[in-house]
Design a protein around this ligand. Structure first.
Ligand code: SF4
Ligand code: MSK
Length: 661
């Protein structure tokens, strides 16, 4: 019998085998033992009141099954989907709120540990928010920006500030269907109300609310988080780093930052570079302090500082199984509680840092932005002191790959013409000419129920072979990074002829690392810029672009998927459908949503079919836009792309340019 592969990441597979031989459970073993409930996983279980749970099963469940209250299967399935989107929108948006309050604290001079790194971005956002910035102090502008964005959470009437960043036509569709979010908290609360027993029972209406609360995430919480993080810590530009379990060093203190919020991790970077800390590590027998990342906190510090990443969601336990992690800090989201028990089997100190996310068995050190450095020092000291407790056991692997990360909207614009002529014209032209067939956002989690990271890797390779430019975020980018896919050389070896030429001319990888899961909002603004540049669709809908989350598992993924659909992007999720029990709901989220928004939400477990459907959507969009028919190796006329030398020449000639980009 063929060996069952649990992870497509060879180093991960090696660690899993080691854990099995030592009878230590990981999510891979637990996934095998804990089969998903077939009723709940297809959306056919309602447990929102204590008369139930009610199960909607049987050959005619769609028409005949009724809950004790009389609810139908389509009501229940759509209600379950909405509840998932609410959870996701709440997670991203609460993260954003913390970032906004950090910015406010900086502006008010309440913390000396942080400062505003990217004034240009602050002015750009101030411009969007119609806040005067000329002739004012940076802190005054930052205070107004933070205050105005904080209003987005509690606003009762009107529209989110960033709705106006979307193309007009996209906004019109939202207006027509009544899904423009007012305030983030209001949409979350109202959606929770709608899903209480005995409130909204119309599947179509419930599903519109799913889109509305998801838009509050995408054009609200996530976008706020991305912009404020850039203002505070810098807008990413390409940086070299490494990915894989081989980032851990045997002779240094290994400290991992895991979760999603970057503030504490940013300060830890400063602290590990302090002379006293380095000397303290030496005094304890270590040759230095090695900082690494996990999941999306990793993405945040990878793309701004080149801090290496050990990988995504399914790699977190495996990092501890190397026996080399002296301490791991966790903040919020996607943190397996299993880490606490597992870390006790080794010497690793697991440190929770948010009052919202405690784990029994972990050490809790509460993060507070007002005394961030003091807290970071406490954490780093703990890691250093634990180095001496490291034992020999663990599965040491040496695999690591170079990565280029940090492609922000601003950098992608810059790389197509320098700061003097930054635009999306070359990208649009390359798509129009058929050199690039389309663009895919390959995003989302990795999952222990499939050979983890394998679907990401398969699709990434196939898509670039078919001349599709891939933009990647979250654990999807970790899956690509730990396979060595995030380098420009990758294009030379694997991309189709048109995409290869474009990548070579600009000097970029064919898979662009755009950041963490909140940074999917960067894809929204990029799509908007492409629409506004002209030559393709004049709204986000209708572009030769598709979103794929092949290994999704979190509620945040559902919110992300739905805000892309509402914005006009067809989205394909891997795995079985969480609403698969209801034909009516499946029809609404595919056909009806496509008619209304030009986006559709599909669930498809077969990766070959995901690829086919993706290319079909891209080619359909090309045809509808009357673009040149895509044929590999045959391109139409287009403008000449600037190479690095030409761009540098232009930069030299250009005056220093401080404006709003
Ligand atoms: Fe059952 Fe209705 Fe209660 Fe749901 S709300 S558990 S369908 S009685
Ligand atoms: S961490 S939401 S497993 S991408 Fe952002 Fe990864 Fe998915 Fe969490």
């Amino acid at each position: 019998m063929d060996k069952i592969v649990k992870s497509a990441n060879e180093a991960a597979e090696q660690i899993i085998e080691w854990s099995e031989s030592h009878e230590i459970d990981t999510c891979f073993d637990r996934a095998k033992k804990m089969k998903p409930c077939p009723i709940g996983s297809s959306g056919a279980c309602c447990r929102i009141c204590h008369v139930g749970p009610c199960r909607f099963v049987g050959p005619n469940a769609e028409e005949e099954a009724r809950g004790v209250c009389g609810a139908t299967l389509p009501t229940v399935a759509s209600r379950n989907l909405l509840r998932m989107a609410i959870g996701g929108a709440a997670a991203h948006s609460d993260h954003a709120r913390d970032m906004a309050f950090t910015l406010l604290a900086v502006a008010n001079g309440e913390t000396s540990d942080f400062s505003i790194t990217d004034v240009k971005k602050l002015y750009r956002i101030a411009g969007i928010l119609e806040i005067e910035f000329e002739g004012r102090t940076v802190n005054d502008v930052a205070r107004d920006v933070a205050t105005k964005l904080i209003e987005d959470f509690g606003r009762q009437k009107g529209e989110l500030n960033f709705i106006k960043r979307a193309p007009k036509k996209t906004q019109e569709r939202w207006k027509k269907w009544g899904i423009i979010p007012r305030g983030v908290d209001r949409e979350i609360t109202e959606s929770m109300h709608r899903t209480h027993i005995g409130v909204d029972h119309d599947p179509d209406n419930i599903l519109l609310s799913t889109l509305k609360v998801s838009l509050a995430d995408g054009w609200g919480g996530s976008m706020i988080s991305t912009d404020i993080t850039d203002i505070l810590f810098g807008t990413p530009k390409p940086v070299k780093a490494e990915a894989g379990f081989g980032i851990f060093k045997e002779d240094e203190v290994n400290l991992i930052v895991h979760g999603h919020e970057p503030s504490l991790a940013e300060i830890i970077i400063d602290v590990v570079n302090e002379k006293e800390m380095k000397e303290y590590a030496k005094s304890k027998g270590a040759n230095g302090i090695n900082l690494g990342g996990m999941c999306c906190t990793a993405n945040e510090v990878l793309m701004r500082h080149g801090i290496p990443t050990a990988g995504g969601f399914t790699n977190q336990e495996l990092a501890i199984l190397t026996g080399l992690v002296d301490a791991m800090t966790v903040d919020v989201q996607c943190i397996m509680p299993a880490l606490a028990e597992l870390s006790k089997k080794f010497h690793t100190k697991l440190i929770t840092t948010s009052y919202k996310a405690k784990i029994p068995g972990a050490i809790h050190i509460q993060y507070d932005e007002h005394r961030a450095k003091e807290i970071a020092r406490e954490i780093v000291n703990l890691a250093i002191e634990n180095y001496a407790n490291r034992k020999a056991e663990g599965s040491h692997v040496s695999d690591k790959f170079p990565v280029i990360a940090g492609f922000s909207h601003e950098y992608i614009e810059y790389m197509q013409g320098g700061s003097w002529r930054a635009s999306f014209r070359p990208l649009n032209d390359a798509i129009m000419a058929g050199r690039i067939r389309g663009v895919v956002g390959l995003v989302g989690c990795d999952n222990p129920r499939v050979p983890s990271q394998g679907l990401h890797r398969f699709l990434a390779l196939e898509l670039i072979k078919h001349d599709v430019l891939v933009v990647s975020t979250g654990c999807g980018s970790a899956a690509c990074g730990t396979a060595g896919y995030l380098t420009p050389e990758m294009a030379l070896e694997n991309a189709g002829p048109g995409l290869r030429e474009v990548c070579e001319a600009i000097g970029i990888p064919p898979i662009l690392h755009l950041g963490s899961c909140v940074d999917n909002s960067r894809i929204l603004t990029i799509a908007t810029a492409m629409a506004e540049e002209g030559g393709l669709s004049d709204e986000i809908g209708g572009m030769p672009a598709v979103g794929i989350a092949p290994e999704w598992m979190s509620e945040k993924a559902i919110a992300i998927g739905c805000y892309f659909v509402a914005s006009g992007v067809p989205v394909i999720f891997g795995g079985e459908s969480p609403v698969g029990a209801s034909e009516q709901v499946t029809r609404i989220i595919t056909e009806v949503w496509f008619e209304r928004f030009k986006g559709a939400l599909h669930f498809e477990p077969d990766p070959e079919k995901i690829l086919d459907l993706t290319l079909k959507y891209i080619d359909m969009a090309r045809e509808a836009l009357k673009l040149r028919k895509y044929e590999p190796g045959k391109f139409g006329a287009e403008r000449v792309l600037m190479d690095m030398a030409a761009r540098r020449e232009l930069e030299r000639a250009a005056k220093p340019h401080i404006g709003i980009y």
